[in-house]
Design a protein around this ligand. Structure first.
Ligand code: AP5
Length: 352
Protein backbone atom coordinates (compact mmCIF):
# COMPACT_ATOMS: atom_id res chain seq x y z
CA UNK A 1 0.00 0.00 0.00
CA UNK A 2 1.21 3.52 -0.72
CA UNK A 3 1.08 6.43 1.71
CA UNK A 4 -1.71 7.82 -0.52
CA UNK A 5 -3.88 4.85 0.58
CA UNK A 6 -3.65 6.05 4.18
CA UNK A 7 -4.56 9.72 3.53
CA UNK A 8 -7.21 10.67 6.10
CA UNK A 9 -7.83 7.02 6.95
CA UNK A 10 -8.57 7.65 10.66
CA UNK A 11 -10.96 10.37 11.82
CA UNK A 12 -11.19 10.92 15.57
CA UNK A 13 -13.63 12.88 17.74
CA UNK A 14 -13.00 14.14 21.27
CA UNK A 15 -12.53 17.32 23.28
CA UNK A 16 -9.39 19.31 22.47
CA UNK A 17 -8.15 20.36 25.94
CA UNK A 18 -5.00 22.03 27.18
CA UNK A 19 -3.71 20.17 30.24
CA UNK A 20 -2.60 22.24 33.24
CA UNK A 21 -0.37 19.88 35.22
CA UNK A 22 0.88 20.32 38.78
CA UNK A 23 1.98 18.29 41.77
CA UNK A 24 -0.41 19.09 44.60
CA UNK A 25 -0.90 18.01 48.22
CA UNK A 26 -3.73 15.63 49.21
CA UNK A 27 -5.28 18.62 51.06
CA UNK A 28 -5.79 20.40 47.73
CA UNK A 29 -7.78 17.40 46.46
CA UNK A 30 -9.75 17.23 49.71
CA UNK A 31 -10.64 20.93 49.45
CA UNK A 32 -12.35 20.29 46.11
CA UNK A 33 -13.72 16.86 47.11
CA UNK A 34 -11.62 15.05 44.50
CA UNK A 35 -10.41 11.46 44.50
CA UNK A 36 -6.68 10.85 43.93
CA UNK A 37 -7.25 8.72 40.83
CA UNK A 38 -10.29 9.84 38.93
CA UNK A 39 -11.48 11.82 35.92
CA UNK A 40 -14.47 14.14 36.24
CA UNK A 41 -16.09 17.10 34.54
CA UNK A 42 -15.70 20.42 36.35
CA UNK A 43 -18.81 21.86 37.98
CA UNK A 44 -19.51 25.21 39.72
CA UNK A 45 -17.55 24.17 42.82
CA UNK A 46 -14.39 23.64 40.73
CA UNK A 47 -14.32 27.12 39.17
CA UNK A 48 -11.84 28.53 41.77
CA UNK A 49 -9.67 25.40 41.49
CA UNK A 50 -8.19 26.46 38.16
CA UNK A 51 -7.25 29.91 39.40
CA UNK A 52 -5.80 28.59 42.67
CA UNK A 53 -3.78 26.04 40.71
CA UNK A 54 -2.05 28.54 38.43
CA UNK A 55 -1.54 31.07 41.23
CA UNK A 56 -0.11 28.73 43.89
CA UNK A 57 1.71 25.97 42.02
CA UNK A 58 4.34 25.78 39.29
CA UNK A 59 2.21 24.46 36.45
CA UNK A 60 3.07 22.97 33.07
CA UNK A 61 0.83 23.41 30.04
CA UNK A 62 0.73 20.33 27.80
CA UNK A 63 -1.48 19.68 24.77
CA UNK A 64 -4.09 17.17 25.88
CA UNK A 65 -7.56 15.85 25.28
CA UNK A 66 -7.60 12.06 25.31
CA UNK A 67 -8.61 11.49 21.68
CA UNK A 68 -6.18 14.03 20.33
CA UNK A 69 -3.38 12.40 22.40
CA UNK A 70 -4.14 9.04 20.79
CA UNK A 71 -4.33 10.35 17.23
CA UNK A 72 -1.10 12.37 17.63
CA UNK A 73 0.62 9.14 18.71
CA UNK A 74 -0.88 7.01 15.93
CA UNK A 75 0.13 9.61 13.36
CA UNK A 76 3.75 9.41 14.54
CA UNK A 77 3.76 5.77 13.40
CA UNK A 78 1.71 6.15 10.21
CA UNK A 79 2.37 7.65 6.77
CA UNK A 80 1.91 11.41 6.47
CA UNK A 81 -1.66 12.74 6.58
CA UNK A 82 -3.25 9.54 7.89
CA UNK A 83 -5.15 11.13 10.80
CA UNK A 84 -7.74 13.88 11.22
CA UNK A 85 -9.08 15.13 14.53
CA UNK A 86 -12.44 16.84 15.11
CA UNK A 87 -13.66 18.68 18.21
CA UNK A 88 -14.41 22.23 19.31
CA UNK A 89 -11.96 24.89 20.55
CA UNK A 90 -11.79 28.67 20.66
CA UNK A 91 -9.52 30.83 18.52
CA UNK A 92 -7.67 32.04 21.64
CA UNK A 93 -4.02 31.43 22.56
CA UNK A 94 -4.74 28.00 24.12
CA UNK A 95 -6.68 26.89 21.00
CA UNK A 96 -3.79 27.96 18.76
CA UNK A 97 -1.31 26.15 21.02
CA UNK A 98 -3.38 22.94 20.78
CA UNK A 99 -3.66 23.12 17.00
CA UNK A 100 0.04 23.79 16.57
CA UNK A 101 1.00 20.89 18.84
CA UNK A 102 -1.33 18.59 16.86
CA UNK A 103 0.19 19.75 13.57
CA UNK A 104 3.71 19.27 14.94
CA UNK A 105 2.91 15.56 15.30
CA UNK A 106 1.42 15.52 11.79
CA UNK A 107 -2.24 15.35 12.89
CA UNK A 108 -4.78 17.36 10.90
CA UNK A 109 -6.94 19.30 13.43
CA UNK A 110 -10.34 20.30 12.04
CA UNK A 111 -11.70 22.25 14.99
CA UNK A 112 -15.12 23.78 15.10
CA UNK A 113 -14.47 27.25 16.56
CA UNK A 114 -16.58 28.82 19.30
CA UNK A 115 -15.33 32.39 19.74
CA UNK A 116 -17.63 33.04 22.69
CA UNK A 117 -15.95 30.61 25.08
CA UNK A 118 -12.33 29.89 26.01
CA UNK A 119 -10.62 26.72 24.82
CA UNK A 120 -11.20 23.85 27.25
CA UNK A 121 -8.63 22.93 29.88
CA UNK A 122 -7.99 19.93 32.08
CA UNK A 123 -6.43 20.23 35.53
CA UNK A 124 -4.07 17.29 35.94
CA UNK A 125 -3.46 17.08 39.68
CA UNK A 126 -0.63 14.75 40.61
CA UNK A 127 -0.25 13.28 44.10
CA UNK A 128 2.54 10.68 44.12
CA UNK A 129 1.69 7.95 41.57
CA UNK A 130 -1.93 9.10 41.24
CA UNK A 131 -3.51 11.73 39.06
CA UNK A 132 -6.89 13.39 39.33
CA UNK A 133 -8.33 14.95 36.17
CA UNK A 134 -10.82 17.80 36.24
CA UNK A 135 -11.93 18.82 32.77
CA UNK A 136 -13.41 22.24 32.15
CA UNK A 137 -14.78 21.66 28.66
CA UNK A 138 -15.70 25.32 27.90
CA UNK A 139 -15.63 25.67 24.08
CA UNK A 140 -15.23 21.88 23.65
CA UNK A 141 -18.77 21.51 24.94
CA UNK A 142 -20.13 23.55 22.02
CA UNK A 143 -19.41 20.86 19.42
CA UNK A 144 -22.55 20.11 17.47
CA UNK A 145 -23.73 17.82 14.70
CA UNK A 146 -24.08 20.92 12.51
CA UNK A 147 -20.25 20.98 12.21
CA UNK A 148 -19.84 17.35 11.16
CA UNK A 149 -22.52 17.73 8.49
CA UNK A 150 -20.80 20.73 6.84
CA UNK A 151 -19.82 19.50 3.37
CA UNK A 152 -16.09 20.09 3.85
CA UNK A 153 -16.08 18.17 7.17
CA UNK A 154 -18.35 15.34 6.02
CA UNK A 155 -16.06 14.89 3.03
CA UNK A 156 -13.27 14.00 5.49
CA UNK A 157 -15.58 11.62 7.34
CA UNK A 158 -16.51 9.90 4.09
CA UNK A 159 -12.86 9.57 3.08
CA UNK A 160 -11.96 7.74 6.30
CA UNK A 161 -12.06 3.97 6.81
CA UNK A 162 -11.68 4.02 10.62
CA UNK A 163 -13.28 6.17 13.32
CA UNK A 164 -12.06 6.59 16.88
CA UNK A 165 -14.30 8.37 19.38
CA UNK A 166 -13.71 8.71 23.12
CA UNK A 167 -16.40 8.11 25.73
CA UNK A 168 -15.65 11.66 26.88
CA UNK A 169 -17.36 12.87 23.70
CA UNK A 170 -20.65 11.19 24.76
CA UNK A 171 -21.15 14.13 27.11
CA UNK A 172 -20.84 16.61 24.23
CA UNK A 173 -22.43 15.40 21.01
CA UNK A 174 -24.06 11.96 21.01
CA UNK A 175 -25.88 12.97 17.79
CA UNK A 176 -22.55 13.37 16.00
CA UNK A 177 -21.32 10.03 17.35
CA UNK A 178 -24.44 8.22 16.16
CA UNK A 179 -24.31 9.87 12.76
CA UNK A 180 -20.71 8.75 12.20
CA UNK A 181 -21.39 5.30 13.71
CA UNK A 182 -24.32 4.76 11.35
CA UNK A 183 -22.24 5.90 8.38
CA UNK A 184 -19.49 3.44 9.39
CA UNK A 185 -22.04 0.65 9.64
CA UNK A 186 -23.68 1.39 6.29
CA UNK A 187 -20.32 1.56 4.53
CA UNK A 188 -18.75 -1.45 6.28
CA UNK A 189 -16.09 0.73 7.94
CA UNK A 190 -14.63 0.26 11.42
CA UNK A 191 -16.02 2.22 14.37
CA UNK A 192 -13.96 2.29 17.57
CA UNK A 193 -14.57 3.86 20.97
CA UNK A 194 -13.01 4.20 24.40
CA UNK A 195 -14.91 4.02 27.71
CA UNK A 196 -12.57 6.88 28.80
CA UNK A 197 -13.65 7.22 32.45
CA UNK A 198 -15.79 5.40 35.03
CA UNK A 199 -18.32 8.25 34.90
CA UNK A 200 -19.32 7.47 31.30
CA UNK A 201 -21.06 4.15 32.06
CA UNK A 202 -22.24 5.60 35.39
CA UNK A 203 -23.96 8.68 33.95
CA UNK A 204 -24.29 7.97 30.22
CA UNK A 205 -25.42 4.34 30.27
CA UNK A 206 -28.44 5.12 28.06
CA UNK A 207 -26.22 6.71 25.42
CA UNK A 208 -23.82 3.76 25.54
CA UNK A 209 -26.77 1.43 24.95
CA UNK A 210 -27.56 3.31 21.72
CA UNK A 211 -23.96 3.50 20.50
CA UNK A 212 -22.49 0.13 21.57
CA UNK A 213 -24.26 -1.89 18.82
CA UNK A 214 -22.14 0.03 16.27
CA UNK A 215 -18.83 -0.37 18.14
CA UNK A 216 -16.37 -2.75 16.49
CA UNK A 217 -13.49 -2.12 18.91
CA UNK A 218 -13.86 -0.85 22.50
CA UNK A 219 -10.92 0.22 24.68
CA UNK A 220 -10.79 0.87 28.41
CA UNK A 221 -8.85 0.27 31.61
CA UNK A 222 -9.60 -1.82 34.68
CA UNK A 223 -11.51 0.82 36.65
CA UNK A 224 -13.66 1.63 33.63
CA UNK A 225 -14.30 -2.10 33.12
CA UNK A 226 -15.49 -2.41 36.72
CA UNK A 227 -17.70 0.69 36.45
CA UNK A 228 -19.21 -0.71 33.24
CA UNK A 229 -19.84 -4.15 34.79
CA UNK A 230 -21.48 -2.54 37.83
CA UNK A 231 -23.79 -0.32 35.78
CA UNK A 232 -24.76 -3.13 33.42
CA UNK A 233 -25.39 -5.47 36.40
CA UNK A 234 -22.89 -8.15 35.43
CA UNK A 235 -22.56 -10.87 38.10
CA UNK A 236 -18.80 -10.48 38.63
CA UNK A 237 -17.92 -6.77 38.25
CA UNK A 238 -14.35 -7.30 39.47
CA UNK A 239 -13.65 -10.05 36.92
CA UNK A 240 -12.17 -8.08 34.02
CA UNK A 241 -12.04 -11.09 31.67
CA UNK A 242 -15.71 -11.79 32.27
CA UNK A 243 -16.57 -8.13 31.62
CA UNK A 244 -14.53 -8.03 28.41
CA UNK A 245 -16.20 -11.23 27.18
CA UNK A 246 -19.70 -9.96 28.03
CA UNK A 247 -19.21 -6.62 26.24
CA UNK A 248 -17.68 -8.39 23.23
CA UNK A 249 -20.77 -10.62 23.05
CA UNK A 250 -23.31 -7.78 23.44
CA UNK A 251 -25.70 -7.24 20.52
CA UNK A 252 -24.14 -5.77 17.40
CA UNK A 253 -25.63 -4.13 14.30
CA UNK A 254 -23.17 -5.98 12.11
CA UNK A 255 -22.93 -9.46 13.64
CA UNK A 256 -20.57 -10.59 10.88
CA UNK A 257 -17.77 -8.48 12.32
CA UNK A 258 -17.21 -9.68 15.91
CA UNK A 259 -16.58 -6.92 18.47
CA UNK A 260 -13.09 -6.66 20.02
CA UNK A 261 -12.80 -5.38 23.60
CA UNK A 262 -9.37 -4.32 24.89
CA UNK A 263 -8.81 -3.56 28.59
CA UNK A 264 -5.41 -2.39 29.84
CA UNK A 265 -4.40 -2.64 33.50
CA UNK A 266 -1.28 -0.52 33.92
CA UNK A 267 1.72 -2.80 34.43
CA UNK A 268 -0.57 -5.86 34.59
CA UNK A 269 -1.55 -7.89 31.53
CA UNK A 270 -3.86 -6.49 28.86
CA UNK A 271 -7.09 -8.44 28.34
CA UNK A 272 -8.68 -8.80 24.91
CA UNK A 273 -12.04 -10.46 24.20
CA UNK A 274 -13.44 -11.11 20.74
CA UNK A 275 -17.02 -11.92 19.71
CA UNK A 276 -19.48 -14.14 21.49
CA UNK A 277 -17.21 -17.04 22.37
CA UNK A 278 -17.25 -16.32 26.13
CA UNK A 279 -13.96 -17.16 27.90
CA UNK A 280 -12.79 -19.00 24.75
CA UNK A 281 -12.52 -15.64 23.00
CA UNK A 282 -10.38 -14.05 25.73
CA UNK A 283 -6.60 -13.56 25.38
CA UNK A 284 -4.18 -12.10 27.88
CA UNK A 285 -1.02 -10.19 26.88
CA UNK A 286 1.65 -9.55 29.54
CA UNK A 287 3.19 -6.08 29.85
CA UNK A 288 6.95 -5.79 29.96
CA UNK A 289 7.79 -3.85 33.13
CA UNK A 290 9.43 -0.44 32.84
CA UNK A 291 11.89 0.10 35.72
CA UNK A 292 10.36 2.53 38.27
CA UNK A 293 13.38 4.82 38.04
CA UNK A 294 12.67 5.36 34.32
CA UNK A 295 9.00 6.32 34.77
CA UNK A 296 8.41 10.09 34.75
CA UNK A 297 4.62 9.80 35.08
CA UNK A 298 1.96 7.52 33.65
CA UNK A 299 -0.25 10.31 32.29
CA UNK A 300 -1.37 9.50 28.81
CA UNK A 301 -0.32 5.83 29.08
CA UNK A 302 -3.78 4.61 28.08
CA UNK A 303 -4.01 7.11 25.22
CA UNK A 304 -0.59 6.04 23.97
CA UNK A 305 -1.58 2.39 24.15
CA UNK A 306 -4.57 3.15 21.90
CA UNK A 307 -2.27 5.10 19.57
CA UNK A 308 0.10 2.19 19.13
CA UNK A 309 -2.74 -0.32 18.75
CA UNK A 310 -4.52 1.84 16.12
CA UNK A 311 -1.37 2.40 14.09
CA UNK A 312 -1.06 -1.34 13.56
CA UNK A 313 -4.77 -2.13 13.34
CA UNK A 314 -5.30 0.20 10.38
CA UNK A 315 -2.35 -1.39 8.62
CA UNK A 316 -4.10 -4.75 9.14
CA UNK A 317 -1.54 -6.30 11.49
CA UNK A 318 -2.38 -9.24 13.79
CA UNK A 319 -3.94 -8.72 17.24
CA UNK A 320 -0.74 -9.65 19.18
CA UNK A 321 1.16 -7.21 16.99
CA UNK A 322 -1.38 -4.40 17.68
CA UNK A 323 -1.25 -5.01 21.46
CA UNK A 324 2.53 -5.21 21.43
CA UNK A 325 2.80 -1.86 19.67
CA UNK A 326 0.33 -0.36 22.19
CA UNK A 327 2.50 -1.57 25.07
CA UNK A 328 5.66 -0.33 23.36
CA UNK A 329 4.34 3.18 22.69
CA UNK A 330 2.88 3.45 26.22
CA UNK A 331 6.27 2.41 27.63
CA UNK A 332 7.84 5.37 25.78
CA UNK A 333 5.22 7.88 26.92
CA UNK A 334 5.55 6.99 30.61
CA UNK A 335 9.21 7.94 30.30
CA UNK A 336 8.08 11.47 29.25
CA UNK A 337 6.19 14.18 31.12
CA UNK A 338 2.43 14.10 30.38
CA UNK A 339 0.96 12.69 27.18
CA UNK A 340 4.04 13.60 25.12
CA UNK A 341 5.73 11.45 22.52
CA UNK A 342 9.53 11.43 22.31
CA UNK A 343 10.99 13.94 19.83
CA UNK A 344 12.86 11.12 18.12
CA UNK A 345 11.11 7.79 18.09
CA UNK A 346 12.68 4.45 17.22
CA UNK A 347 10.84 2.32 14.68
CA UNK A 348 8.46 -0.24 16.21
CA UNK A 349 9.78 -3.75 15.61
CA UNK A 350 7.39 -6.50 16.66
CA UNK A 351 8.69 -9.68 18.23
CA UNK A 352 5.54 -11.69 17.41
P1 AP5 B 1 -4.78 10.26 31.70
O1 AP5 B 1 -5.93 9.61 32.35
O2 AP5 B 1 -3.60 10.59 32.50
O3 AP5 B 1 -4.31 9.44 30.48
P2 AP5 B 1 -4.66 8.04 30.07
O4 AP5 B 1 -4.06 7.82 28.75
O5 AP5 B 1 -6.08 7.68 30.26
O6 AP5 B 1 -3.66 7.34 31.09
P3 AP5 B 1 -3.86 6.57 32.42
O7 AP5 B 1 -2.61 6.76 33.19
O8 AP5 B 1 -5.15 6.86 33.08
O9 AP5 B 1 -3.84 5.19 31.77
P4 AP5 B 1 -4.97 4.10 31.68
O10 AP5 B 1 -5.43 3.72 33.03
O11 AP5 B 1 -5.96 4.44 30.66
O12 AP5 B 1 -4.04 2.99 31.10
P5 AP5 B 1 -3.17 1.94 31.90
O13 AP5 B 1 -2.67 2.45 33.22
O14 AP5 B 1 -3.95 0.70 31.93
O15 AP5 B 1 -5.33 11.59 30.97
C1 AP5 B 1 -4.99 11.86 29.69
C2 AP5 B 1 -5.83 12.89 29.06
O16 AP5 B 1 -7.20 12.78 29.38
C3 AP5 B 1 -5.42 14.30 29.40
O17 AP5 B 1 -4.62 14.78 28.34
C4 AP5 B 1 -6.76 15.04 29.51
O18 AP5 B 1 -6.81 16.21 28.73
C5 AP5 B 1 -7.73 14.02 28.99
N1 AP5 B 1 -9.09 14.22 29.48
C6 AP5 B 1 -9.54 14.27 30.75
N2 AP5 B 1 -10.86 14.54 30.77
C7 AP5 B 1 -11.25 14.66 29.46
C8 AP5 B 1 -12.50 14.95 28.83
N3 AP5 B 1 -13.61 15.14 29.51
N4 AP5 B 1 -12.51 15.00 27.49
C9 AP5 B 1 -11.39 14.79 26.74
N5 AP5 B 1 -10.19 14.52 27.30
C10 AP5 B 1 -10.13 14.46 28.65
O19 AP5 B 1 -1.89 1.83 30.98
C11 AP5 B 1 -1.94 1.66 29.60
C12 AP5 B 1 -0.68 0.95 29.15
O20 AP5 B 1 0.44 1.69 29.58
C13 AP5 B 1 -0.50 -0.44 29.77
O21 AP5 B 1 -1.17 -1.44 29.05
C14 AP5 B 1 1.00 -0.59 29.67
O22 AP5 B 1 1.37 -0.98 28.38
C15 AP5 B 1 1.50 0.82 29.91
N6 AP5 B 1 1.87 1.01 31.32
C16 AP5 B 1 1.19 1.70 32.26
N7 AP5 B 1 1.85 1.66 33.44
C17 AP5 B 1 2.97 0.92 33.22
C18 AP5 B 1 4.07 0.51 34.03
N8 AP5 B 1 4.15 0.84 35.32
N9 AP5 B 1 5.06 -0.25 33.45
C19 AP5 B 1 5.00 -0.59 32.14
N10 AP5 B 1 3.97 -0.23 31.33
C20 AP5 B 1 2.99 0.51 31.87
Amino acid sequence: MTSQDFKGTIVGFCNPLLDICANVEPEFLAKYKLKANDAILASEEHVPLFQELVEKYPVKYIAGGAGQNSLRGAQRLLPEGATTFIGCASNDAFGKQLASSAKKDGLNPLYMIDENKPTGTCALLITGQDRSLVANLAAANSYSVEHVTRPEIWEQVEKAQYYYVTGFFLTVSPESILKVAQHAHEQGKTFMMNVSAPFTPEFYKDTWEKVLPYVDVLFGNETEAEAWATQFHYDHPKDIQDTAAKIAASPKENPNRPRTVVFTQGSESTVVAIGNQGQEGVSVFPVQAVPKAEIVDTNGAGDAFVAGFLSQYVTKQSLPHCVQCGHWLASLVIRESGASYPEKMAKFTPSV
